[in-house]
Design a protein around this ligand. Structure first.
Ligand SMILES: *Cc1c(COP(=O)(O)O)cnc(C)c1O
Length: 398
């Protein structure tokens, strides 16, 4: 102990005092975030604090997170490969299930190669910083996922944001920019809006202006397009139109992790240079094995997408009859925009009292004044679940 130190001074207490103001400010603005502990597996009928709810806020769009064959594949792979991968991919952590999954993802996306990353957040940071640096420019839709925006900071490239889905504005910023490499980055399906980016036009202007288009299809792959090949399938686009495709495994595929798919040169460049790939432990191999089974189910069971599309239609029809402000979306992401954060929070509490679990999405995840109930439908929902949601929403109607 340093006896000369003022015995009343506590660094830990001083830190708490320094943090307290911002926390109190969040509470006052209805912006405080808190977690809910769910007992049991992810599913549409979770048990929370001993009470069972119908949940409309997971990204498990196809109901695969707890699917028996996916579970069995995971358990089998644990028996064979253990739990931890034990090292990064470039050392000794690249195991057979990882490699097999990469080959199957390349096949599924119609590309030469795919590369697994431990998370989607890391895939976006890694690919952006590997491909661009000082003197280069990134063009991003204003409503892109946080990981794409954060990637710009890490890459040190210049960031130009364009208004959501505005191809004319993208073309203008692309034209007046000089020098360096240019990447246009966009969500395929926007995570908080549910709309699909105008990828055909974006790929055209990117090509005309010497830029490459990167699509993050975290919410599209497995879910949209007749065969679940995502927003590129919806628009009929190939590897030439969108040379860099990123997808995640934690949403429709029900597991965990992410990947980038593209040409041999792209993937080899990422293996050499993507720091979030190089300097991190490889995914547990059993996660990759489970994702291989999910990928099969995504391809073999189109009924999941058909059922989901029916639920989306049923929900939209019901909400429109109620006159609630629903965004224009054909995907399972169906946001009801309430505007003010306090209003959204109160609405979520009232739905909770009726046994409906929906998390309110508030700034800064969405723009100020855009607080919403982000309703996410899943193939695991029944029409009755949707009707019960509509009954509860009726109470919020104007
Ligand atoms: C969820 C998400 C990510 C991050 O993926 P994780 O694997 O959860 O880290 C990236 N981009 C978009 C658009 C997402 O919705």
């Amino acid at each position: 102990m340093d006896a000369s130190r003022d015995s009343a001074f506590s660094p830990a207490k001083a830190l708490d005092e320094a943090l307290a103001g911002a926390l109190e400010h969040r509470i006052a603005g209805s912006l405080y975030r808190s977690r809910t502990t769910v007992d049991g597996p992810q599913g549409v009928e979770p048990v929370i604090d001993g009470r069972s709810y119908i949940s409309f806020c997971s990204n498990d769009y196809l109901g695969l997170a707890n699917e028996p064959r996916v579970r069995a594949a995971f358990i089998r792979a644990v028996s064979e490969y253990g739990v931890g991968s034990g090292a990064s991919h470039l050392v000794t952590g690249h195991l057979r299930p990882h490699h097999a999954l990469e080959e199957e993802l390349a096949d599924f996306t119609g590309r030469a190669r795919a590369l697994l990353f431990s998370t989607g957040y890391m895939a976006n940071l890694g690919l952006t910083a590997a491909l661009t640096g000082r003197g280069d420019t990134l063009f991003e839709d204003r409503l892109n996922h946080a990981s794409l925006l954060d990637a710009a900071v890490l890459s040190r490239a210049r960031l130009r944001r364009f208004p959501h889905g505005d191809v004319g504005a993208l073309e203008r910023v692309l034209t007046d920019d000089a020098g360096g490499r240019k990447l246009v980055l966009t969500d395929g399906v926007f995570s908080m809006e549910g709309d699909i980016a105008p990828l055909r036009e974006e790929s055209r202007v990117a090509w005309e202006q010497g830029a490459w288009l990167v699509v993050d299809d975290a919410h599209g792959l497995g879910v949209v397009g007749p065969t679940g090949r995502g927003s590129l399938e919806v628009h009929g686009l190939s590897c030439d139109d969108v040379p860099i495709l990123m997808g995640t495994l934690g949403k429709a595929f029900g597991t965990f992790g992410a990947f980038v798919a593209g040409s041999h040169a792209l993937i080899e460049t990422l293996i050499q240079q993507a720091r979030s790939y190089i300097y991190t432990t490889a995914l547990p191999p059993a996660v990759a094995a489970a994702a291989r089974t999910s990928l099969r189910i995504v391809q073999d069971e189109p009924w999941r997408r058909d059922h989901l599309a029916d639920l989306v239609r049923r929900f939209r029809h019901g909400v429109q009859a109620l006159g609630l402000p629903l965004l224009d979306s054909t995907t399972p992401i169906q946001p009801v925009v309430l505007g003010d954060a306090h209003h959204a929070l109160q609405a979520a509490i009232r739905l909770g009292e009726r046994g409906i679990f929906v998390v309110p999405i508030r700034p800064p995840t969405v723009p100020r004044g855009g607080a919403r109930l982000r309703i996410a439908l899943s193939a695991a929902h029944t029409p009755d679940h949707v009707d019960r949601l509509l009954d509860a929403l009726a109470e919020l109607a104007p």
